[in-house]
Design a protein around this ligand. Structure first.
Ligand SMILES: *[C@@H]1O[C@H](CO)[C@@H](O)[C@H](O)[C@H]1NC(C)=O
Ligand SMILES: *[C@@H]1O[C@H](CO)[C@@H](O)[C@H](O)[C@H]1NC(C)=O
Ligand SMILES: *[C@@H]1O[C@H](CO)[C@@H](O)[C@H](O)[C@H]1NC(C)=O
Ligand SMILES: *[C@@H]1O[C@H](CO)[C@@H](O)[C@H](O)[C@H]1NC(C)=O
Ligand SMILES: CC(=O)N[C@H]1CO[C@H](CO)[C@@H](O)[C@@H]1O
Length: 672
């Protein structure tokens, strides 16, 4: 039968009791061999193969394109880029051929507006925020093959090509739309630039797309007493001709393809359910054009003044970003037989990836690679409330590094509470507990003890192992956990798989506790041999853990491998079998300098952080409400201005008291 692990792998050297001289020779052999492996790895890591290969699993991984003018918060990071990063790192461990692309989504009204606010051009805004995004993801060690942007020539070229193909195959239709136009600003108003009285609940500050009070969707022209948000003038209704994608005409084809994709691929339950409910309601034609300037121009002569609407344009960004990475991008995107496409996102993005974008590609009829695996997270809350872009509640990507908590620890905790299957919450107290109990006392403690025993009791060389029943039992357990990990990771159950890593070190700690190698080392020869076996087994498990941790905590993984002086090759070989335990550190292998991996997160430190990140929230909510109330009562402008000034002043004081440079709260962004 198939064994969970091959017990003879770890005890290859069981019957070879090597003299101390022999051990040293073995160490030297290892070193030479490692040098060669290092060179080979160097070659592969720095000149990555970027094209699909015959006979390999070729995985194209995307994470939803973050909107450029927001600073992403922790919820955004775990939902898209971090989850995709863990999976693509795992894919490399499995020796699959991976391409991981992402980039900033840069067109649209929100950018135009931000540019106006900051007195810059839209392109300058994009440049500025693209750099902010890049640096945040770099700090979080998100290892994209390419992080691009949508404001490129490739985007125009590919979006227009798809447009003309849809046009040629008769999947576009024209219709007239009534829109609000502000005559004094000389432009059509996007939904979020109009405010007025909600036609349903009479809330006075409803937006053009939705009412914040009653939550109902609104058509901007239905608002009572609409106002342009920029100049406060009353807009007029104008009709304008637009192009629509004929989704009803593509529905049958879409359903056929969905049946196949959802039954053979890994679609999360929420992705399937959201998609089903869209189809159940029947598809309606969707407008793909907008009266804006900042966008991909519509090439049709009758629609010269218009650009593509972002939902049509943005997913095409995956293709154009790949095109900016390699001229042979079509080998990834027009290769449905060889390439498997994984899309990562938060659940609000599902319909665009499961219905709308696939329809664009199906209608364009150019043999595109369609999504085979759709991985959607639920929402991550902040403490017991919601992350709020507009109110600045929660931790945003650029603040994480100011906490002095290492990026690996952030990654660990976010992945530990990943909203996989249900909503979850980020909590400071819980983060401290997990930091101290799981990372420090469990994982870190086991790996550190294993390494320290080798250093202290065996002069830094892995001792000879003679496996007994108890050791084999442990290895069977470890092999089982490893196999669960592989099966879960293959299915993108990132959070569940992490628990198996922690359980391996839990088993390891118990094993050390029961066998007490620190006592046995002082005993008779048989006792000393026993201490050696326990140490050798433990340090090999630590080595396995360093590989299993690589997707989650890349720096810690590297630190462990450095400390154990483990061959670099284990990263690309250890998980290729499925659940086979490999003895990477044979008797005689010399380890490096071993030191603790983690530090304790102290209670007062956590309390201070918690206070710091909720301070802004308190001020914003309190004073924000006050200002809004005054506005509603139509208070004197001077009174409102005074309150706003006070709010800004208080925030500045707060920031100074916390030793930060005062910065404006991150702005609310578009919902995608
Ligand atoms: C896209 O590629 C072109 C040419 O390779 C390069 O000049 C440009 O900077 C790239 N653009 C982005 C946004 O990376
Ligand atoms: C689509 O691409 C695949 C390669 O992935 C190829 O085998 C197939 O013939 C192509 N189909 C069409 C209709 O071009
Ligand atoms: C891991 O170990 C804990 C504690 O022993 C146990 O409660 C849990 O069920 C285990 N988890 C998995 C995924 O095996
Ligand atoms: C394990 O590998 C064998 C072949 O090496 C394969 O047949 C089997 O399906 C794999 N099992 C899992 C659970 O991946
Ligand atoms: C165990 C662990 O990861 N500890 C981390 C907790 O947070 C502190 C920051 O204060 C880090 O230095 C530790 O590494």
């Amino acid at each position: 039968g198939q064994h969970l692990f091959s017990s003879n792998a770890i005890c290859r050297s069981v019957d070879l009791i090597i003299s101390s001289k022999g051990q040293i020779e073995l160490c030297n052999q290892w070193l030479e061999w490692e040098a060669t492996v290092l060179q080979i790895c160097f070659f592969f890591f720095f000149f990555p193969t970027s094209l699909p290969q015959e006979g390999k699993r070729n995985l194209l991984v995307t994470s939803a394109l973050p909107y450029v003018n927001n600073v992403p918060h922790l919820g955004n990071i775990i939902g898209c880029v971090l989850s995709a990063d863990v999976f693509s790192r795992y894919g490399r461990l499995r020796d699959w051929n991976m391409l991981f692309v992402c980039g900033t989504d840069e067109y649209g009204t929100a950018t135009e507006n931000k540019a106006r606010e900051e007195g810059l051009t839209p392109q300058q805004i994009c440049d500025k925020y693209h750099a902010i995004h890049s640096s945040i993801y770099k700090w979080f060690q998100i290892d994209f093959d390419y992080f691009g942007r949508t404001t490129t020539e490739k985007q125009t070229e590919i979006a227009q090509d798809i447009f003309w193909r849809l046009h040629k195959h008769d999947f576009l239709m024209e219709d007239t739309v009534e829109q609000l136009r502000c005559e004094s600003c000389q432009r059509f108003l996007a939904d979020r630039f109009v405010e007025g009285i909600c036609p349903h609940c009479t809330y006075p500050e409803a937006r053009g797309d939705q009412c914040d009070k009653c939550g109902r969707l609104i058509n901007a022209v239905e608002l009572r007493e609409p106002q342009c948000k920029v100049c406060r003038q009353t807009p007029v209704i104008r009709s304008s001709k637009h192009l629509f994608l004929d989704l009803p005409k593509l529905e049958t084809q879409l359903e056929q393809w969905l049946d196949k994709s959802t039954s053979t691929g890994d679609w999360t339950a929420n992705a399937k359910q959201i998609t089903r409910s869209w189809l159940r309601d029947g598809l309606k034609p969707r407008c793909i054009t907008r009266d804006l300037k900042w966008g991909t121009p519509v090439p049709h002569p009758d629609f010269k003044e218009k650009v593509f609407y972002v939902w049509f344009d943005a997913p095409i960004g995956y293709l154009s970003i790949t095109a900016n990475y390699t001229d042979k991008w079509e080998k990834w995107w027009k290769n449905p037989d060889q390439v498997e496409l994984y899309n990562f996102m938060a659940k609000d993005n599902v319909p665009f990836h499961s219905v709308v974008f696939p329809c664009s590609l199906l209608g364009a009829q150019d043999n595109y690679t369609l999504v085979g695996h759709l991985v959607a997270t639920e929402y991550l809350n902040y403490e017991d409330t919601k992350f709020s872009k507009s109110r600045g509640v929660g931790v945003f990507g650029d603040m994480a590094k100011d906490t002095n908590i290492p990026s690996d620890v952030w990654r660990f905790y976010l992945l530990y509470v990943r909203p996989e299957g249900q909503d979850s919450a980020f909590s400071w107290a819980d983060m401290a507990t997990k930091n101290n109990s799981e990372l420090l006392n469990n994982l870190g403690n086991f790996i550190n003890r294993a390494g320290m025993f080798v250093t202290k009791f065996f002069d830094g060389c892995v001792p000879v192992m003679e496996l007994q029943q108890e050791d084999k039992k442990l290895l069977a357990l470890v092999g089982w956990e490893l196999q669960q990990y592989i099966q879960l990771m293959d299915k993108v159950k990132i959070r569940d798989a992490l628990k198996h890593i922690l359980n391996i070190s839990r088993h390891g700690n118990q094993y050390i506790q029961v066998n007490e190698p620190w006592k046995k080392i002082k005993g008779e020869d048989t006792e000393r041999l026993r201490a050696g076996t326990v140490t050798g087994v433990s340090v090999n498990i630590a080595c396995l853990l360093s590989v299993m941790l690589f997707p989650y905590m890349p720096t810690v993984s590297q630190t462990i491998r450095d400390q154990l002086n483990a061959p670099q090759s284990i990263i690309s070989t250890m998980l290729q079998g499925n659940g086979t335990f490999v003895c990477a550190l044979s008797a005689g292998h010399r380890v490096g300098t071993v030191s603790p991996l983690f530090q304790k997160l102290e209670v007062d430190q956590i309390e201070a952080l918690k206070k710091r990140f909720s301070g802004q929230q308190v001020f914003d909510v309190y004073y924000g409400d006050k200002v809004r109330a005054l506005k509603t009562q139509k208070a004197d402008k001077a009174v409102i201005t005074a309150e706003v000034t006070k709010l800004l002043d208080l925030k500045k004081q707060l920031a100074l008291a916390e030793g930060k440079s005062p910065e404006p709260a991150p702005q609310k962004g578009k919902k995608k």
